[in-house]
Design a binder for this molecule. Structure first.
Ligand code: KMH
Ligand code: ZN
Length: 271
């Protein structure tokens, strides 16, 4: 098996300091959390940004500030800025980080329920996102919250509407209202992707570490972080993203999987 690529989703758009005081809002806090994750073994940071008061934003200049600050401390880390932003944002608003030409960015693969909200990713929106990534030579990480999202994105790739092989998928399982986090569902999704693709699994909330273990033994990669889960174990808040990454590293070591450095991750992902 290839070495394990760990992604840390350090911030997200929805979680707050009221839920866990270590959730980062300011540039300094975002750098602190990125460093803690990378020092613990993450090769990738999935990045959302906030205003200092915690409001989620897709503002290009705020992304530039955070990316520059992270890169000044950890130059080799792979950054995957979000184009998902927060529920309710327009496509143009969400696309701003692509104007900075990151090596990767997320591309969300369909509309879905998101708790009490609807996360809009209509076909016309997705075509705009795909075109932008093709034009700006950005490798998408295809975020699939639903089994049907996979069929959608594979059809778009066949039509040349989004970048094609080698594709990187992130199966985000356990969002309330979307595909549940079970090994059976993950296995089905992994079996649909084209040969030569890479994949990551993200389990939401209490599913974070069971899904991490599944990803490790199934030969995939793993995402953890405050965006997805705030607890290091039942009822115990994590003090940093690094604590969540460390737990994945421990699981991987027990299960015999080595951890990829950012340079090794770049090779595995074909960057
Ligand atoms: N904040 C979620 C509504 C992404 O980063 O591309 C969407 C999200 C996906 O986080
Ligand atoms: Zn995200």
């Amino acid at each position: 098996m290839e070495k394990l690529i760990i992604t840390a989703a350090i911030c997200g758009a929805e979680v707050t300091k009221e839920q866990n005081p270590a959730v980062p809002y300011t540039v300094e806090e975002i750098v602190r959390e990125a460093r803690s994750a990378v020092e613990a073994g993450a090769a990738i940071v999935h990045l959302h940004v906030r205003r200092d008061d915690g409001t989620p934003t897709q503002d290009r200049e705020r992304f530039r500030e955070c990316i520059d600050a992270i890169k000044s401390k950890i130059p080799d880390v792979i950054l995957i800025p979000s184009t998902g932003g927060a529920v309710g944002m327009s496509a143009e608003e969400r696309l701003q980080p692509t104007e900075l030409f990151p090596e990767m960015a997320t591309l969300d693969c369909g509309t879905c329920n998101f708790g009490d909200d609807i996360f809009d990713n209509t076909m016309p929106m997705m075509r705009i996102f795909g075109k932008r990534m093709l034009e700006n030579h950005i490798k998408p990480e295809y975020e699939c919250f639903e089994m049907g999202h996979l069929d959608t994105i594979l059809t778009m790739a066949k039509k040349g509407e989004v970048p094609g092989a080698p594709m990187q998928f992130n199966f985000v399982l356990g969002v309330p209202g979307c595909t549940p986090a079970t090994v059976g569902n993950l296995d089905w999704m992994v079996r649909q992707i084209p040969a030569g693709s890479t994949w990551t699994v993200t389990g939401i909330g209490r599913h974070a570490f069971p899904m991490a273990a599944a990803g490790i033994v199934m030969g995939g990669n793993v995402r953890v972080g405050f965006e997805d889960n705030l607890y290091r174990s039942r009822g115990v808040l994590a003090k940093s993203n690094g604590e969540l990454v460390s737990k994945v590293v421990r699981l991987a070591k027990e299960l015999g999987r080595e951890i990829a450095t950012p340079a090794e991750a770049r090779k595995i992902l074909g960057l």
